[in-house]
Design a protein around this ligand. Sequence first.
Ligand code: UFG
Length: 321
Amino acid sequence: MTWLITGGAGYIGRHVVHQLAEAGERVVVLDDLSSGSADRIPAGVPLVQGSTLDRADLDAVIKGHGVTGVLHIAAKKQVAESVAEPLLYYRENLTGLQNVLEAAVAGGVRKVLYSSSAAVYGTPDVDLVTESTPCAPINPYGETKLVGEWLIQAAAKAYGLSTVALRYFNVAGAAAPELGDDGVSNLVPMAFQRLTDGQAPLIFGDDYATPDGTCVRDYIHVADIASAHVAAVRRLNAAAEPISLTLNIGRGEGVSVAEMLAVIARISGNPVAPQVAPRRPGDPARVVASAELIHRELGWKAEHDIDSMVSSAWAAWQLRH
Ligand code: UFG
C-alpha cells in the first residue's frame, strides 16, 4: 500500500505522517502549504505541493506515486471563520473531498480515511456522545464535515470503497516541539497567547449548567489522534471486503475550561487568575466522547493525559516564541 495524505504538512496531518512513516507505511503528502510547512515532513517522505481543489494535482500524485489508499485530512477548520465565509468552507471542504473521491475512484484507489469532527454533533444533550447520537451541526464547518461523511458513504456504496471517518474531539499538544500547532484559535494556544502578552486568560462564560459553570470538553493529545489513524490504516490494509466505520476519537473524560486553565497556569508557571468574559456564541456546555466504539473496532485507546497535552503544547509554544 502507498497512502496519500492530503494536508500532511498541517498540525494534525504532520503528526499522522510521522507516525505512519515510523510504523513502516509508505506515504506521500499532498499539501498546498497554505497553513502547513514543508520542513515538518520527515526526511524520505515525498511532498507534492498542490491542492485538492485541483483534480489534475490529485490525478498526478495518485498515478505518479502508485497510491492505493487516501487519508483526506486537508480542510479548513476554524468555526468562526466558517460562519463568516461559508462559501469558502463548502468549496475547500466539500469540493476538495469530491475531487479526492473522484480521483481515487478513477485511479483505482479503494481505501479512504476521512477527518471528521465532533462539530457534526452540534450541541448534544447527552453525557457521552456516541456515534449514534443525532448529528445536528450548528455552523458551516460542522455542516461540511457531516455532508462529507454522507458523500463518502454514498461513494463507498456505489464504488465498493472501504472507508473510515474519524470524528476528532478537542485536539491539543505536540509529539515534538517542532510539530506543534501554529494556530491560535483554540483554548490552549489562546491562553498561552494571553499569558505571553501579560494578560489574564479568558473564560468565555462561567454560568453554564456544568459543575464549575464553565464549558466541558474532551481534550485529546494529537499523538493519540495520530495513533488512531495508524490503527485505522492497519484495519483498512487488512480489509478483504469493503468496510465502513465512523468513529469518535476522544478520551471519554470531560475537562472544564477552568480546570484546563489551572493546568496551564501550573505548567507554564504563570499563576495568573483567569478573567471571566461573556459567553462565546454557539458554544455547547458539554461535549464529551464515548470512546468505546473505536476501542472495540480498532483496539485503540488514548494514552496521554491533560498534563502531557499542556506541557507538550507549552514546549512547542516556547520554541516558536
Ligand atoms: N475558551 C475559553 N477561552 C478561550 C478560548 C476558548 O473559555 O480563550 C473556551 C470555549 O468557549 C470553549 C472551550 O474553551 O468552551 C474550548 O474552545 P475551543 O475553541 O478550544 O474548541 P471548541 O470546543 O469550540 O471547538 C473545537 C475545534 C473545532 C471542533 C470542535 C469539536 O476548534 O474545530 O472542537 O468539538 F469542531
